[in-house]
Design a protein around this ligand. Structure first.
Ligand code: ATP
Ligand code: ZN
Length: 660
């Protein structure tokens, strides 16, 4: 972790040294060993021994224990920050001055041990996130001029063909062009079951990477099953999904959580106050009848007792453990803010298509009106096959299968009309396909019997669209998207964990929204929303309920997601936009991960709160006790440093979080 320039107490840095990565830990242990030696010699040595007999091991103990703390304190003082490290050094020097070498060494030992363990724990948490990307292989078998050669992944180019042997790792993001296999994508999506993938029919007119059917796409770092496959490389190694993930994980901590910011602010005031109080206490002998040495002893004990070590580490350790746990399950939480916000949410807005539903609509009706059926099918097919909208792709695909059609390039000028439909030119005449509003906007009237038929479809949950050719409505088509198999149980679970309102926001007709909402158990559905209406809807929900989460797939809901308190993107492994912009990214499109992340966020929040109580509680008890001479420096050290360790260990519990 980079040292922060504002002089904050940064606990996750590595101190590499003569003993390698663990040097900090070994120094701390040596500090402890020499402390013990000094203590034994002092306690059991002969009365006449020279004080250097035990002073020497104590000084060595000080050197090992104080080495890294001094470096750190010095670096911070250079930037004008007097912090905990400084307080500790001051306390240790003070202890030595009054002859309490053993207590001073104990302080340094426990503080440096705590520090080393923190570094260890934090690194462990970070590693488990980075393990996501550790899996990408270094080389690939590439097929060039009918020869197969092994090249480093950095040398792979777009449109290279790589050969992936059975049970080996895939070294590029791309599309399968021959063979089929079951692929284990756990490293990216957290799904433990392998997923069947097959070759794409044709690589001509290949859509963008994110638009290719998931059953043809493979990702870097995932593991091939029993089949041998050939993959057309579609992304450079540095742009692969895994590479982006790692990059984002390394930026994750820049988003400080609200609690983290609050404790930082608190420390800023608190540390100088402690220093001031300690200085004043040094002069207690002026008021109270006692020697200066006693005043100094008390002042130093208060210094130890009051240092906010545990507080400083309480939130960051919990946040990082929480993020690490989520990452193991294929959920990327981008920072402490998202983690804390998600835990306090009671309203969730959902996009419909691709979020609550599979996002793979099926054609259900084709109703010609004063037009031939095959004519209508041809018209719709030619137009829709030129669009990338999920509805268009579904319609085109099913029509092609049903009416066995080939593309004849009869349509042109295809334009999407946001939230309403699509327009085009077909045999020199204008075509419109879309909802009722599109038709009336274009000045067309819809025959009552056709409208009635359309209403019926909508009520049944079908997405119905009118087709107009040459300024006349010539038919009606409808598709139906099935709710995700897990939608019902997920929403039920969300409700049981205390999510009060679940609202669907959709561009589809209100009746379709209602039908689906009823089927899967949403509290509310809002239909006929343009992307900007979705933003308005989110704003209104936020006015009413405070924080809200918006769950979507980024297709026509990206602006609304950006506006919400926490945005959750589904199926982010394939979509760069969703991955980059969302606060929380579910790598798989498993909506059932939602209760898990929300539960995890709440657990993190709980642990943060506990940690703050523990750290502040110990300070609140210890400081008055020391001022009133009810304790000694040894006890103060033990309790103070003990609370730091307790807080870290408490946070690490999150690494084992699982849903009840
Ligand atoms: N390519 C298209 N062909 C025909 N109709 C379309 C097309 N694109 C959009 N429409 C019409 O416009 C409506 C709104 O589309 P929009 O993309 O805003 O939302 P959606 O895909 O229905 O669902 P959601 O908002 O839940 O993702 C659709 O329900 C459909 O009636
Ligand atoms: Zn530190």
């Amino acid at each position: 972790m980079a040292e922060q320039s504002n002089g904050t107490h940064d606990h996750a840095h590595n101190h590499d040294g003569i003993f390698g990565k663990r040097t900090e830990l070994y120094f701390s242990l040596l500090c402890g060993v020499f402390l013990l030696i000094g203590f034994l010699i002092k306690t059991f040595g002969s009365e006449t021994q020279s004080i250097w007999m035990y002073l020497t091991p104590f000084i060595i103990s000080y050197a090992f224990g104080g080495y890294y703390i001094t470096i750190e304190a010095y670096e911070k003082i250079k930037r004008g920050g007097f912090e905990i490290d400084f307080l500790m050094i001051a306390a240790a020097i003070g202890a030595a001055y009054i002859g309490s070498w053993a207590e001073g060494a104990l302080l340094l030992f426990l503080f440096s041990l705590g520090h080393a363990l923190e570094s260890y724990a934090m690194n462990k948490a970070k590693k488990s996130i980075e393990a996501l990307g550790d899996l990408s292989p270094k080389t690939a078998l590439v097929k060039r001029d009918d020869k197969i050669e092994e090249v480093p992944v950095e040398e792979l180019e777009i449109n290279d063909i790589i050969v992936v042997k059975p049970n080996s790792k895939i070294s590029a993001d791309g599309v399968i062009i021959s063979g089929s296999s079951a692929i284990n994508q756990a490293s990216i999506t957290g799904e433990s079951m392998p997923i069947d993938k097959t070759a794409i029919d044709s690589t001509e007119n290949l859509p963008q990477f994110k638009d290719i059917d998931a059953s043809n796409v493979v990702f870097t770092g995932t593991i091939n099953g029993d089949g041998s496959i050939e993959v057309l490389v579609l992304k450079l190694s540095k742009d692969s999904t895994v590479a982006r993930l790692i990059k984002m994980v390394s930026e994750v901590e820049t988003q400080k959580s609200p609690t983290q910011r609050m404790t930082k602010k608190f420390e800023k005031w608190y540390v100088p106050i402690v220093i001031l109080v300690v200085i004043i206490l040094c002069f207690a002998y002026v008021v109270v009848d006692e020697p200066f040495g006693d005043s100094l002893y008390r002042a130093i004990t208060v210094l130890v007792a009051a240092s906010p070590c545990a507080l400083a580490i309480s939130t960051p350790s919990a946040v990082l453990s929480g993020i690490a746990r989520a990452a193991q399950k294929g959920v990327l939480i981008k920072g402490g803010k998202a983690l804390e916000d998600l835990g306090s949410i009671t309203t969730i807005a959902f996009d419909k298509t691709g979020t609550l539903t599979e996002g793979k609509p099926k054609l259900t009706n084709l109703v010609p009106y004063k037009y031939t059926e095959t004519g209508l099918a041809r018209l719709v097919y030619e137009v829709e096959s030129l669009s990338n909208h999920p509805l268009a792709r579904a319609i085109a695909k099913d029509l092609q299968l049903l009416y066995v059609m080939e593309h004849e390039n009869m349509a042109s000028n295809v334009t999407a009309i946001q939230g309403k439909g699509i327009s085009a030119t077909f045999k020199e005449k204008p075509v419109f396909i879309g909802n009722e509003k599109l038709m009336t906007d274009e000045g067309m009237t819809i025959a009552p019997d056709l409208l009635l038929e359309m209403q019926e479809m909508l009520l049944g949950g079908h997405t119905a669209m009118l087709v107009a050719y040459d300024k006349e409505v010539v038919g009606l088509i409808s598709v139906m998207d099935v709710p995700r198999a897990t939608a019902v149980s997920t929403l039920k679970k969300l409700k049981s964990i205390g999510i009060k309102r679940m609202v669907m926001l959709t561009g589809d007709h209100q009746n379709v929204g209602n039908a689906i909402a009823k089927r899967i158990g949403l509290t509310e559905a809002r239909g006929n929303l343009l992307p900007e209406d979705k933003v308005e809807a989110v704003k209104k929900l936020m006015q009413r309920d405070g924080k809200i989460a918006m769950v979507g797939d980024g297709v026509n809901d990206a602006p609304a997601m950006a506006y919400s308190t926490v945005s959750v993107a589904m199926g982010a492994a394939g979509s760069d936009v969703a991955l980059e912009t969302a606060d929380v990214a579910l790598m798989s499109d498993k909506i059932e991960m939602l209760p898990f992340v929300i539960g995890l966020s709440r657990a993190s929040k709980r642990i943060i709160t506990q940690n703050i109580w523990i750290s502040m509680g110990v300070v609140a008890l210890l400081v008055p006790a020391t001022i009133l001479d009810l304790t000694n420096i040894g006890l103060a050290v033990a309790f103070h440093e003990g609370s730091t360790l307790v807080v870290v260990i408490n946070a690490l519990r999150l690494l084992a979080y699982s849903e009840k």
